[in-house]
Design a protein around this ligand. Structure first.
Ligand code: EZ4
Ligand code: CO
Length: 408
């Protein structure tokens, strides 16, 4: 069974998604997510101009060989554009293999290891009161683990804080602005470090000790500042503290690790098992944040998580709404199959997105499940997708009060 067609579909149901659609000589269709937020067309070109011509005529069942052919064979290794493109191909091939086998992909990855994947939702508020409402809204909708992001007194718009919700309203955070240039946010680390512990203290007092709570520091701290934050949050028993330092210097976490027992997660911007060598072998982290969509697909993440398993490190795959439902499905099949699953991020896609991508995964009692549809379990409505045109969108940039550009 050979690959006969390889088409790249760019669509924008509220935000931009890149999807690779493969079709075999037997008429089987496979979908892969190639979305890289704010750099979407770079991956679309990589796939369309450099990968699609190599796929046509290849054996569709050879998932591992195709993965090696595209990673080793490109000569230029790693990096988000390359690894997202490889991810798209890999997911589409697993989708095809599952459909041909008549099995959901998780069955091909070793079968079911758990009843469902514990999901965490994103609660946020510009004020403590708004944050409390947002947490209650998430609990009412079934979430059993919550990430908290909050405004900081004296700062304007801060990472992770959406529009304040009223009672019963849904979270609508979308950092990528559909603007000609990136939106600029401002930042003050000392103000942040002073404020955050008081927020966790109030939330623990209100919701008790059981509820798993998470927080994302989004790459902004020095190792010493990160150690300070980790220590100040120890009394509130976090599930994890994410991306305390910029991810490109794994050694930075040695100091943080030595200073605090708050569990650490990192890696949404890491794209390869090689990026994790120090983090994993020195046990500097507790959770891997990479997403299958940015880390070479199911094949790339399976290798990474089997390596992490040797050191007792678990998964917490990145799944914001800027990864498509196809990427979400790929993550869920891994979540159900991997022994060292930890938790799954879950931001719900908007209704328009779920019309373009028809999914078979479910969320109930705080748990996600990929469903039993053969393959990944996602269909793409090509006609509707074609009507929703790409619009340039950028993630924000971040500046200190004196104008210095800081990590966002
Ligand atoms: O900033 O998805 O944990 N989640 C995150 C996300 C990322 C965006 C980047 O596209 O950090 O909000
Ligand atoms: Co993050």
């Amino acid at each position: 069974m050979r690959i006969e067609r390889a088409d790249v579909v760019v669509t924008s149901p509220g935000r931009n998604f890149v999807t690779l659609r493969l079709q075999t000589t037997d008429g089987v269709v496979g979908l892969g997510d190639g979305t890289l937020n704010g750099r979407e067309l770079a991956v679309a070109s990589y796939l369309r101009d450099h990968v699609a011509p190599l796929l046509v005529g290849r054996e569709a069942h050879d998932v591992e060989d195709t993965w090696q052919y595209l990673s080793r064979g490109a000569y230029w290794r790693r990096g988000p554009v390359t690894m997202t493109a490889i991810a798209a191909v890999d997911m589409a091939l697993w989708d095809i293999k599952g459909k041909v086998a008549g099995l959901p992909v998780y069955q091909l990855l070793g079968g079911r290891s758990r009843r469902g994947a514990l999901a965490y939702g994103h609660a946020s508020g510009t004020t403590l009161e708004a944050l409390m409402t947002s947490i209650r809204n998430h609990l009412d909708r079934g979430f059993r683990a919550i990430r908290l992001q909050t405004g900081v007194p004296g700062l304007g718009k801060v990472y992770g804080v959406g529009t304040d919700q009223g009672v019963g309203q849904k979270y609508d955070y979308e950092p990528a602005g559909r603007t000609a240039v990136p939106v600029e946010e401002d930042w003050d680390t000392r103000a942040y470090l002073r404020h955050i512990p008081s927020v966790f203290e109030a939330v623990r007092a209100e919701f008790g000790p059981e509820l798993p709570l998470l927080h994302d520091a989004h790459h902004r701290l020095s190792p010493n500042e990160a150690a300070q934050l980790g220590r100040s949050l120890e009394p509130y028993d976090l599930f994890w503290l994410e991306d305390v330092t910029p991810a490109d210097n794994p050694e930075a976490l040695r100091r943080v690790r030595a200073m605090t027992t708050t569990p650490l997660a990192i890696g949404e911007v890491l794209t390869s098992i090689h990026d994790y060598r120090t983090l994993v072998t020195e046990q500097l982290i507790d959770y891997v944040r990479s997403s299958p969509a940015h880390t070479g697909g199911i094949t790339g993440v399976k290798k990474l998580m089997d390596f992490a398993a040797l050191y007792g490190i678990r998964s917490g795959f990145h799944q914001p709404t800027d990864i498509s439902p196809v990427g979400m499905a790929a993550a869920l099949h891994l979540d159900i199959a991997l022994h060292n699953f930890g938790i799954q991020e879950f931001m719900e896609h908007n209704e328009r997105t779920l019309e373009v991508f028809r999914t078979s995964y479910t969320f109930a009692d705080g748990l996600l499940d990929p469903g039993e549809t053969p393959g990944l379990g996602v269909d793409l409505d090509l006609d509707l997708a074609a009507q929703l045109e790409y619009t340039p969108a950028y993630l924000p940039v971040n500046r200190l009060r004196d104008g210095t550009l800081h990590d966002w």
